[in-house]
Design a binder for this molecule. Structure first.
Ligand SMILES: [Zn+2]
Length: 283
């Protein structure tokens, strides 16, 4: 797949780009601005009839909190792309759908079925990191670029004028074009490190993917195009020492516990006033 992409890149150097975070060469005819526009339209279309969980709902707040940390981590690891994205995490009330997605440009949806399926914030963060990585690595427009090129070539050869329309592109770029297996592995690996740097335990990813398989559920994209579970687990385990080191460093950088409320040791013991220290300082 990517060898083919590289060959395509030769005569079309202007359409060659590099995936931030992995350094992989990518063939992509879309500009970052264009894909953000397409992504926004696909996002609006997809959620047109969805039941959105209000922002005040604890489930939405939980996803927002994790999403903010994923965003910050992504901006540290992949600043060029992550800073150009519009980070939005919407929760869709649909307990039967174990799914999450992010369109090009950064808008994302997490279904309540996925929230219920995840045993912890760590697992949810692994999923959200995976989805964010698809957008950071520009997987949607990468697939659409190859598809578009193929369609145009067929059109030129047959004279059928089968070039893709803008409306088709929106649908394909947004959600319907399945990711390739290589893209899934790339999103797994990027997402694991992003979640780890956000302070979420990457080791939970192994059990998450195993349960997903055992459940026979999981996001359709994972079922339809995923590498075999063996490959996926092997790749994740290989990356785990690095991910764990990043996670532990993130833990050290983040205050593990709130600053103690008690006065500095030099201060004379004065339980009354000391215990009344302002709590807001501990955050
Ligand atoms: Zn994926």
């Amino acid at each position: 797949m990517y060898r083919a992409a590289l060959l395509l890149c030769l005569p079309l150097l202007a359409a060659c780009t590099t995936v931030e975070g992995t350094g992989r060469s990518q063939f992509n005819v879309y500009s970052v601005d264009d894909e953000a526009q397409l992504g926004q339209e696909a996002y609006t279309e997809e959620l047109k009839n969805a039941k959105i969980v209000p922002a005040t709902d604890p489930r939405a707040q939980r996803v927002q909190k994790i999403g903010k940390r994923i965003e910050q981590s992504a901006k540290q690891r992949c600043p060029n792309m992550a800073n150009r994205m519009t980070w939005t995490w919407t929760v869709v009330d649909d307990p039967k759908t174990v799914n999450a997605w992010m369109v090009p440009g950064g808008r994302a949806a997490v279904y309540t079925g996925m929230i219920d399926f995840a045993k912890s914030d760590d697992e949810l963060a692994v999923v959200m990191g995976h989805e964010a990585s698809h957008a950071i690595a520009r997987h949607g427009t990468e697939r659409a670029s190859l598809f578009n090129l193929g369609t145009n070539v067929v059109g030129a050869v047959t004279g059928s004028g089968a070039a893709q329309s803008g409306a088709q592109a929106i649908v394909e770029v947004g959600l319907n074009l399945p990711h390739s297996r290589d893209q899934e592995i790339e999103a797994d690996e990027m997402g694991l490190l992003i979640a780890a740097q956000a302070g979420y335990d990457p080791r939970t990813a192994i059990d998450l993917w195993k349960r997903m398989q055992a459940n026979g559920g999981g996001p359709p994209e994972w079922l339809s195009t995923h590498p075999s579970e063996g490959t996926r687990i092997e790749r994740l385990q290989k990356l785990m020492p690095q991910a764990t080191a990043i996670y532990q460093r993130a833990q050290q950088n983040t205050p593990a516990a709130p600053t103690p409320l008690n006065a500095p040791p030099a201060a004379a013991p004065a339980p009354g006033p000391t215990s009344a220290a302002p709590r807001s300082q501990s955050r």
